[in-house]
Every structure is written in C-alpha cells, then in structure tokens.
Design a protein around this ligand. Sequence first.
Ligand SMILES: *Cc1c(COP(=O)(O)O)cnc(C)c1O
Length: 366
Amino acid sequence: MLRRSWVEINTDTIKRNYSIYKSLTAPGQKIMAVIKADAYGHGDIRTARLVQEAGCTDFAVSNIEEAMVLRRAGITGQILILGYTPFSAIDELKEYDITQALLSEEYASQFAGHGIKAQFAIDTGMNRIGLDGSDIEACERTIRSYKNSFELTGLFTHLCVADTKEGDAFSAGQIERFKSVANRVSDLRLPYIHCMNSAGGMRMPPYGNLVRLGIIMYGLKPDPSLHLPAGIKPALSWKSVISMIKNVRTGETIGYGRTFTAPRDMRIATIPTGYADGYSRALSNKGHVIIRGKQAPITGLVCMDQMMVDISDIPDARYEDEATLLGEGYDANDMALSAGKICYEIICDISKRVPRLYINDKNEKQ
Ligand SMILES: *Cc1c(COP(=O)(O)O)cnc(C)c1O
C-alpha cells in the first residue's frame, strides 16, 4: 500500500452499524442494505459480503451493472435495482436473478411478459419515479393488470423529507398514500412492502416489512440535525501525508489564483491529495486536515493533486507525518457543512484512484 492518499474502512464498524440499526427496527422488519454507488464509496463487494455475514439477505443497487457485480461476487438473496434499466438488459435481469423496479406504466408494458422479478415504484410526492400514488384506483388497476406479466415481489415508495422534523407531516402523508395503495392490493400478498430509508426507519412510525438502509449503515447522519443511535460510527476515514514543509513570509501568496495571502510568516505543509482524488475544491480556504491531533487549515485553492495547509501552530509536524482528511473529530458530516454539500456527496466523490484499505477494530488488515 502506497502511503500517498488512501481510505481506511473499518469492517467491524460496518457490521456493528448494521446490527445496531437492525436491533432498533420493529419486529417483522428486514433490512435491505443499500449498496449503490460502490456502497457509497466503501466498496460494494466488500460491504455486501460483510452485511451478508451479519445475516442480511436483501440488497439494493442503482443499476444493472452494480447488480451483476454483486451476483458475480457470490451475493445471494434479493438484489433490487431502484432505478432505470434499459430494456436491452432484459436477459441479464433474468440470468442474474435481479429484481427490477417498475418506474411507470409505460416502463412496465415494455418489460412485461418476460417473467422477471419486479416491484412497482409508487410516487407519493417526490415526483421522481413510480405510479402516481394520488390516484389509488389507477395504481390498483395497473398493478393488477401486470400481476401475471411479472413475478411481482413488492411495492415501494421513497420519502423525500424523512430526515428533518419540518418534513414529518409531509412524510406521514406519503406513507398514508402508500398504505392506501398497498391495502388495495393486499390480496396479492406481495412479499415486500417498503417505504423507509435510513432516516425514515429511525424517525417515522414503522410501516412495511423492509427498511432500505443506506447512509446510517456507513455511520453518517442523513441530516446534520439528526442524532445517530449510540454506537453507530463512521466506517470510513481518509488519510494522506505531508509531502513537503516550507516557510512562507508575510505577504507571499499560496496556490493557483493567489487567493491566499500570508498575514504573517507561516509554516506551510503540502498534502498530496487534491480534487482529482475527490477532495472538494469547495474546501479551498475553508476546510482543514488534522495533523498530530490538531487542525491545519487549508490555505489557497485545492489543486488537482495537492493542497497546502497551515501548520504554523503544529511545530512538531514533520515530513511524511500522517494527515487525516476525514476521521475521528472531522467526519463527512462535518466536511459537508464546511463545503456546502451533503455527506453523501463527500463519500461518493472520493475517487477510484484513492485505494481502499480494510481494517478491523484492532487495526488489523482485513
Ligand atoms: C439511496 C436510496 C435509499 C437509501 O437512502 P439513505 O438515506 O442512504 O438511507 C433508499 N431508497 C432509495 C429508493 C434510494 O434511492
């Protein structure tokens, strides 16, 4: 492992987050692990295997390629594609035993008659995908008319403001609409009825028999205002090193565009991580890294492959010291606030050129 810029993922933490969350869900509710986008940057195969070992049998991804990667890696059980798959992949859906979300009546008609596993998405207010949940009769008609053209395994909807108090009334309305549709077709005994994401499963009165667990499994808050259950922690940290140290005199500028002018004589460290690694350029002159337990503020613009930080107040900092970009004391939720982003973007944006190292609680390589 080359110590330039790397991510450490604690496998015990992912398993523990999954188990803690599961222990808090209502009896009769299963967890569907949301493994899309390379498990939010944590590595899809590794993450799926970890939670599979912890007893998880249901997985969700965003597209057919992600689904096939999991099957080829030996992931068993249900794999649901939450979004669009082009019809040209119909043979792969079948061959890999993947469950496809049905986005609309038009979409269902295109895929009908091939015997694939499918679940109708119901739109209850997000206006993204799904049958229009405000027309319960039309939903019922559509579901019934396609019940024999697919192996229908469920219905789901998605809450769009489950993460804040201000959204509670709207979320309750979404769940109510979804319930009405589900009740109309209860005689079909569809095995999976689900509407909760991480935040909904934690905050809303339980409904359905599955919670689609994403961000909290990775140990982050869906919204900064939320409190996570005790014991749930970020699984990912991001590290780099000091590649050079120099002294900069009062009035000199740092980096492209000369956006930072030294207000006094300063000690500056260069860190070999930049926006091509997925480190947000929005953190220029705003964010910080942690060196020897202390904050080193970013000075100047984040470059493609490097950035400069102020270590004037860390006199013992040395060449090749470790710099923590994300970790204890400054996680993706904190970084998101500094960057004007959401934590989901922070972790999804860490690029593939940053190697992932898997460790356990005892810091042993996994
Ligand atoms: C991504 C996604 C989830 C997971 O959301 P989290 O907030 O990460 O828990 C659940 N359901 C759907 C439909 C999604 O697209």
